[in-house]
Ligand binder design. Structure first.
Ligand code: COA
Length: 383
C-alpha cells in the first residue's frame, strides 16, 4: 500500500471536517448545548450571569472557579486596572501599531508589544493577577486605537471605575451614562467564554506548546477577527443600515440570498436553536431603550424585523438546517447603542473574550499535553 493510502486508512475513521464534534479538552469553564440553546459558564446559566454580575465577578468565576467575595472582587478590579494603566504607559512607545487600518490587527501588535515588556507578570502573587493585567491591557489598547482613528488622543484609564465603564469612557472621551456602562458590562459578561470556539482553541494550541500567555492571546485575536467568528457584528450593522426600515427587511434579505451571499449574524456551528446570548443581549438593549437611549428602540425594532425575515427565508432554503440569530446579531445593535464605532466591534469582543482565553490558557497549562492533530496526505508521493 502506498503512503497516501496507508495514511488514508489510518485517519479515515477520525477525520472531521472543521473538527465538528471532536473533543479536544476537558474544561470546567463553559459548556454549550447547541440542541437546547443553553450556555453554562462556571456552573451558571448565562441568563443568571449577564446583567446580574459584573465583568469583574465573571473574571473571578473563570479564573478562581467561584464567584468572588468582596475582597477578591476588589483585588481583581485592581489588577484589571493595573493592566489598563500599564498598557497606557506603553502607548508612547507603540509607534505604528496604534494607527493600523484594522482594529484587531492594531490590537495584536499592541498586545504583543505589551508582552515583550516587563512588569505584567504575577511575580509571586496569584496567577490570576497576570491574567487580569493582560485582560485589562486589551481594553486600553482597543480604546486607544479607536481614539487615534477618530483623530483624538488616547485617554488615560481611571482605576476607580469598573472595567466596562472605564473602557467606554476611554473610547468616548467622557464618562458614559450609567445605563450604557451597564449594558456594555452585560455584553462583556455574555461573550467572556463560549466552549471550544475557534479563538479559544487557538489560544489553547499556543499554550499547549509551552509558549507564553501573551502569545496565546495575540494568536486568539487573530482567529477572532475572521468574519466567520468575531468579525460579523460590523457587517450586521452595515446590513441594518442598508435595510433602513423594518418594512424593507424581507425584500433585502431575499435579494441578498438570491445573490448567493450569507446573512451576517445568522447561523452557528453548534446552535440548532437561537443562540441564548442573542436573547440576553436583546434584553440588555431593551433596558437601554427603557432608559431613553437615543435610537435604541428604533434599531431594536429594525433588528427584530430583519431577524424574522432572515429566519423565515433561511428556513425555506435550508429546511433541514436551522439557521437562527447568533450572538453577533444583537451585539451590533448593543455596541452601536452604547456609542462604540463599528470598527471597534471586533476588538470589543476581544475585550470580553480575553477573560475566557486567559482562563483556557491556564487550564491548558495544567493539562500539560501538546495539541498536535494529524492530517491526511493527499499530495503526490515520489515513485
Ligand atoms: N446565511 C446564509 N446561508 C447560510 C448562513 C448564513 N448566515 N449560514 C449558513 N448558511 C448555509 C450555508 O451556505 C450552507 O449552505 P449549503 O449547504 O447550501 O452550502 C449551509 O447553511 C450550512 O452552512 P455551513 O457553512 O456548513 O455552516 P457552518 O457550521 O460551517 O457555519 C457559520 C457556521 C457561523 C460560519 C455560518 O452560519 C455563517 O457564515 N454565518 C454568518 C457569519 C456569522 O454570523 N458569524 C458569527 C458566528 S457567531
Amino acid at each position: 500500500m502506498d503512503l497516501a493510502k496507508q495514511n488514508g486508512a489510518k485517519h479515515a475513521a477520525t477525520k472531521a471536517s472543521g473538527l465538528d464534534g471532536v473533543v479536544v479538552a476537558d474544561t470546567a469553564l463553559s459548556e454549550v448545548d447547541g440542541e437546547r440553546g443553553r450556555l453554562v459558564v462556571g456552573g451558571y446559566d448565562i441568563e443568571a450571569l449577564a446583567g446580574r454580575v459584573g465583568f469583574e465577578e465573571l473574571c473571578a468565576l473563570l479564573w478562581t472557579g467561584a464567584l468572588p467575595d468582596a475582597a477578591t472582587r476588589g483585588a481583581i478590579a485592581e489588577a484589571l486596572a493595573e493592566g489598563r494603566t500599564l498598557a497606557f504607559e506603553q502607548i508612547p512607545s507603540l509607534g505604528e501599531a496604534l494607527v493600523a487600518e484594522d482594529g484587531s490587527a492594531g490590537l495584536m501588535a499592541c498586545v504583543a508589544h505589551f508582552g515583550a515588556r516587563a512588569g505584567w507578570r504575577s511575580e509571586g502573587r496569584p496567577a490570576w493577577v497576570e491574567l487580569a493585567r493582560v485582560t485589562g491591557a486589551v481594553a486600553t489598547f482597543a480604546a486607544a486605537w479607536a481614539r487615534r482613528r477618530a483623530g483624538g488622543a488616547p485617554i488615560a484609564p481611571d482605576a476607580k471605575l469598573g472595567h466596562a465603564a472605564d473602557f467606554l469612557r476611554m473610547v468616548r472621551g467622557a464618562a458614559a451614562p450609567e445605563a450604557a456602562a451597564r449594558a456594555l458590562d452585560a455584553y462583556l459578561v455574555t461573550v467572556a467564554d463560549h466552549g471550544m470556539n475557534a479563538s479559544t482553541f487557538t489560544a489553547r494550541v499556543v499554550a499547549s506548546t509551552g509558549s507564553d500567555l501573551v502569545s496565546a492571546i495575540v494568536a486568539a485575536i487573530g482567529a477572532l477577527k475572521g468574519p466567520l467568528h468575531g468579525g460579523a457584528p460590523g457587517p450586521v450593522l452595515d446590513m441594518l443600515d442598508a435595510i433602513g426600515e423594518p418594512s424593507q427587511a424581507a425584500a433585502w434579505i431575499a435579494a441578498e440570498l438570491a445573490a448567493g451571499r450569507r446573512i451576517m449574524g445568522m447561523g452557528h456551528r453548534i446552535y440548532r436553536v437561537r443562540d441564548p446570548r442573542a436573547a440576553v443581549l436583546e434584553r440588555a438593549i431593551g433596558e437601554l431603550e427603557r432608559d431613553g437611549t437615543a435610537g435604541a428602540g428604533a434599531r431594536l425594532a429594525l433588528a427584530r424585523a430583519t431577524e424574522r425575515a432572515a429566519e423565515t427565508r433561511l428556513a425555506e432554503r435550508h429546511p433541514d438546517r436551522p439557521l437562527k440569530a447568533n450572538v453577533e446579531f444583537y451585539t451590533a445593535v448593543l455596541l452601536d447603542a452604547v456609542g462604540l464605532p463599528r470598527e471597534l466591534f471586533t476588538p470589543t469582543f476581544a475585550v470580553g473574550r480575553a477573560a475566557g482565553w486567559c482562563a483556557h490558557v491556564e487550564e491548558q497549562r495544567r493539562a500539560g499535553r501538546l495539541i498536535r492533530p494529524a492530517s491526511r496526505y493527499v499530495g503526490a508521493v515520489p515513485a
